[in-house]
Design a binder for this molecule. Structure first.
Ligand code: GSH
Length: 214
């Protein structure tokens, strides 16, 4: 298998972490998003991550995570019960739609683009609503959905690596402070060996981009 993407991508890092956590044999290929017809034939929206398998290509992080979970169940990242798995997916979807998406409206800040005032307001209002929803789902005993480390830990952690960088840059706002226990959980996840390597690559890519932009 080959996993295509770039270290700057939080979604690529979610899948990369999953691959490493499960010990799957996989080549990581530095592939940038593209709207070229040849790439669109493999990744319909031209996005990364994109997983190249013996059966064909897959995109969309949650779809890839489910494929990896079913294909490589030896190291489990989803609970054994149907309801448990649904709860993990509910939390991931809540993060993606209601925290990551509004924060992503600020992504232009990384490229030194001015964020319109109305976007600054709506992004923060919506992210606060999403964080309140997330706060109603988290558990931290010790992982985000409870006793078992799961895909939700991976998804939410890397989602915040970008979202929180954006809100800190635009508002000086640390979103992790909104939910009691979130910072401690984030630091616990950051201590994992796999996380440290991925975060180091991500930081190097972010610093290189910032240097190019300045
Ligand atoms: N919904 C997609 C989002 C992936 C995504 O937005 N990837 C970004 C990099 S972090 C990308 O490829 N952007 C290029 C583009 O939107 O054209 C997923 O879950 O994988």
């Amino acid at each position: 298998m080959k996993l295509h993407g770039v270290p700057l991508s939080n979604y690529f890092n979610m899948v990369k972490h999953t691959v490493l956590e499960k010990g799957i044999e996989c080549e990581f290929v530095n592939t940038r998003p593209s709207q070229e017809p040849e790439f669109l034939a493999k990744s319909p929206m031209g996005k990364v991550p994109m997983l190249e398998t013996e059966h064909g290509f897959l995109t969309e992080t949650n779809v890839i995570l489910d494929f990896l979970e079913e294909s490589f169940p030896a190291v489990r990242l989803l609970p054994t019960t149907t309801f448990g798995r649904a709860k993990v997916r509910q939390l991931m979807k809540t993060q993606e739609l209601y925290v990551e998406t509004p924060a992503h409206d600020l992504v232009g800040a990384i490229f030194n683009r001015e964020i319109p005032a109305h976007v600054k307001v709506s992004s923060q209002v919506n992210a606060l609503k999403g964080l309140a929803a997330l706060g109603r789902l988290v558990n931290f005993k010790p992982w985000i959905c409870g006793a078992e480390f799961s895909s939700a830990d991976i998804f939410v952690f890397y989602s915040f690596t970008l979202s929180n960088r954006l809100t800190q840059q635009v508002y000086g706002w640390d979103m992790l402070q909104e939910i009691p226990g979130l910072t401690a959980w984030y630091q616990r996840f950051a201590e994992r060996e796999i996380t440290q390597a991925i975060v180091a690559d991500n930081k190097a890519a972010a610093d290189a981009l910032a240097a190019r932009m300045s």
